[in-house]
Structure formats: structure tokens, C-alpha cells
Ligand binder design. Sequence first.
Ligand SMILES: [Zn+2]
Ligand SMILES: [Zn+2]
Ligand SMILES: [Zn+2]
Length: 433
Amino acid sequence: MSNFNFRNFQKTIDNLQAAVDNHPRVSNSVVAPAKELLPFVRSFIEYHRQTTTRLSTEIDNYKKQISDLNNINELKFQKIIDKLESEPHTIQTTSATTQNNPQKPNFKTVLVKPKNNLLSPTEVKEAICNTVSTLDIKCNQVSINKTNVAFKFPNESSKNEFINRVSNDPNFNQALEAYEPTPKCPTIVLKNLDYSTNESEIVNQLIIQNDLDDLDNHIKLLFTIKKRYYFDAVLCISPHMFNKLQQRTLYLGWTACNAEETFLLGHCSNCLNFQHRTSTCPNKNNKKCKKCGLSFSTIRRDHQQSEFSTHIKNCANHKCCLCLEKNLPTDHAALSDQCPIYQKKVRFIKDRTCYDGQKEVKFFNRPLPNTPSNTHTTSPQQPQQQSRKNSHTDLTPPPKHLLTAPTSHLHRHSPSIPPNLDLSTQPYTRKFQ
Ligand SMILES: [Zn+2]
Ligand SMILES: [Zn+2]
Ligand SMILES: [Zn+2]
């Protein structure tokens, strides 16, 4: 069959047809089978010609698809190579990290700040851009802020080279300084801790009981939330330890718990809005119901429950007070997962939080609750460390063992808040509603 050719076949059939036509007197017993054979063979040839044409068209289509796919793959591959070359330290493998930080370019930022008010940020930018050569520094973006200029680099080497040049230039020394901003660290909550755990010992105990020596100086207690039988601790943590803590059970005193990420939204826990913080709330004796958005008094009279406590036990009417103001659908509780305004706030915080597993942030001071002089850390964006009582204490009288405990014990867990501390940044914890 290797020498089979449709044209030769066609020619043979044409010859047979001519022989039949040109020799009419040949015996009918010879001509009749030939005449019968001819149309069959012709339609057989036609059928195979069409099949061959169709198959060769299909083959061409497949070839084109393969070539297109090759091109796409090459492009993708090139993009991956480019990315790897520009960001050698940012490959993140855990699924948790990917979810937390979707496709965000991981720039290395350097801030340059004028010293002694000699220059304005605009002049700082001009001075640097006109002096520092970009021949061997790759910079993605320069932006002028209120008090400084931000330079964004694609990799460590460009960032370090830039800091070196600016810091070692004698012309710049007196007028400006370049530094890396401290990233905003993730915050976690450890829920339902037993009151036998001393607040001031939380960090130490966490490290010792869980063999987390590398956590030392990389975690800091922000505040605690008192509840009837247990309390929650809110801590901020260096980005490089965040995933390690999230993936395991932690033991703290007589409690096992998991580190859950939490977001400090900065809303007023009474009014549920973002215009002011709880510490400066003008409605201290009223609280809004997260479900229906109505306000009720939190004052208790004659050991009766407050109006607010009575209401939230029975409220079944969903009308989000935040979405109502913005003319959005209100069929959900305020600051719940279903609330688009809450979702937006959380996204905003997440976008500004550093989840880079390579980034180490050190907190200089061990947390010592209620001592504001010890609250300075490398992370100024974090709220100061503080002790906070459960915002619904009217719901939950203190546990009996606290009332009968020695004075020192009582003091340790009772909310004593220094007047100069900012109490406003509230974690969002639905449990209390
Ligand atoms: Zn308020
Ligand atoms: Zn209500
Ligand atoms: Zn809402």
C-alpha cells in the first residue's frame, strides 16, 4: 500500500471505462461485471478522497493548537523566570500564605526622610533622583508622601545598594536619612484561656510550653479580653513566625488553643462605626445591637440586666446599620462576614499587613501589662499593649472564683487601664454579640 496513489487508481478506472465504451461487441458476460464495478469504485474513491481531505484539515488544526499552546507556555515560563530573577526570596509554598497574600507584588520599600527640616519631601526626591545613578539599581516606583519619599525596589540587592549609596554620600548625610519601614505585623487571637494563666506570663509560657525558642522577641501581647470563665489574648507576631504558629495546636497553661488571625478594625464598640474610637465615644452608656442596629442602654439598675443585654438575647431582626448608611442591602448583622463594609475593612488591613515569611520583626520589650513605658516596639502601627475588660461585662458578672480570690489575684485580672492608653483599637470578635 505504500505506493498506493489515488490518481493512478483513478486513471486505471478511466482506462477500464474507455475499454468498456470502445468495445461494445465484447461478450456481455465480460462487460456486465465491469459496468457494475465502475460506479462502486468511483464512489469508493470519492469517499476516501473526502475522508483524506477532512483528516488532513483536522491534522492542520491540531498542529496550530499545539503551536499556540507552545507559545503560551513559553510566555508563561518566561514570566516565571522574570519573576524568579527579580524576587529571589519571595517564593511562598503554603496554601495559607497564598490565600492571605494573593498575587501581591513584593516590593522592597525604602523611605527617605529629610533631617532637621532642611528639605521638603519633594526636594528630597529631586536631590536623590538627580544624584544617585540608576545604571545598576532597579527601581519600580518613587512616591512622595507627607513626610518622606518612598522608593520601591524589585529585589534585595537594589534596595541594599540604594541604602548604601544614600547613607554613604557625604552630601546627603546632614540632610536626609534612608531606612526600611517596619512592616505591619499580623495579629492573632488565642481564645478561651484559663484565668490561672497570668497575663504577664502569656508570652513566656507560650515559648516554653511549646518549644518555640525562635519566637522569643518576635511576639508581643497587645491586650486581653475578659469573659465570664475564660479570657482571650490578642498578640502581634513577626511575619516570619505567623505561618508556623497557625499550623499547630498551642498549649498555654491549662488550655490548648489555636492561633486565629484577627483584624484590629478600629471601630467604636458602642456605636459600631469608624468615625471615632471607643475611648472617645460620646455614647458611653449606650450600645448598638449588631443585628438590628438599634441602640440600648447598658446601665444596670437594681441588679437587673441592662436593656442592651435583654435585647440582644432576643433580637432576630437583621438590619446592618453600616450598610444602611451607604444604601447597601442590610439583611445581615453589622461587622459580620456577610457585611461588605466589614469585608472591605478586612481586605484593607490584609493588604497592608506583611505576610512575607522571610521578614523578621523584633519586639524589643517583653510585655508587662499595664506599664505603658514599656510599650515601645519596632512596630509603631500596632496599638499599645493594654488590658481590656469584656465589653459586655453587664452580661457576664465576674466568675465566683475571682470574687473569692486573694486581692493580688483579683488585681491581676481586673481591668486597670492607664488613662493615657488608647483603648480604641478593638478586635472584632462576634462571640460577644
Ligand atoms: Zn461610639
Ligand atoms: Zn437587635
Ligand atoms: Zn453590612
